[in-house]
Design a protein around this ligand. Sequence first.
Ligand SMILES: Nc1ncnc2c1ncn2[C@@H]1O[C@H](COP(=O)(O)OP(=O)(O)OP(=O)(O)O)[C@@H](O)[C@H]1O
Ligand SMILES: [Mg+2]
Length: 235
Amino acid sequence: MLTIRGLQVRYGAITALRGVDLDIKQGEIVALLGANGAGKSTIARSIAGLLPFQGDITYQGEKLVPNAAEKNLRRGIALVPEGRGILARMTVYENLLMGIYTRSDKSEAMADVAKMLERFPILGKRRDGLASLLSGGEQQMLAIGRALLSKPKLLLLDEPSLGLAPLMTDTLFKMIAQFRDEGLTVLLVEQKARQTLKIVDRAYLLETGRVVTSGTAQALIDDPTVSDAFLGGTH
Ligand SMILES: Nc1ncnc2c1ncn2[C@@H]1O[C@H](COP(=O)(O)OP(=O)(O)OP(=O)(O)O)[C@@H](O)[C@H]1O
Ligand SMILES: [Mg+2]
């Protein structure tokens, strides 16, 4: 579904990505793991079309052009950004409506918004309240719900568990694991490597703008060098 070859991104003098290759097959949940500053968000943002980049990103057989966020969204690539990107001064409902702006099937889309409020009952309960009044976990649900309303094929989740309590993180990860059953393909950016490897098919480990290791979740869990470097050495 997605093929990345030789991806390079620079922010002025800073080189954030130094030639990244990455593949995501239809229906997979793939993790992008790495420490702060490794370049995870830069990869997610490049795929979403939010950055100028060098190299090739091919999505469903077609090369993506840099800085084409709306076009990519219409083609089925939705990003839930780091920090969630919800509109704090708008209501829960208004935030969800943002999710359908690219859709032309408006009456079906409105019905999907109503369904989303049922799927996440806490959002239904707070429908007309300000998004800023939701808890961190609820805001993350809102951000994901909004992204799902664009009917994505490829969902990019950038550190969705950031700042969430452990119980909320468990709930969130269970939900992400179930996206597979809905036919979604997911790129999950995370720092919580151990927990992430339990729910994904494959993962890429990123270090200072380069992929250092990749493989199936199980292979990475069983790899002692990976265990030492990324999983806290309790192999
Ligand atoms: N807007 C920007 N301007 C300048 N440098 C940036 C910018 N965004 C990111 N960088 C730099 O690019 C590198 C990669 O950043 P990126 O945000 O992709 O990392 P990350 O893996 O997502 O980190 P984190 O886990 O902290 O979110 C870092 O060195 C970062 O400081
Ligand atoms: Mg990041």
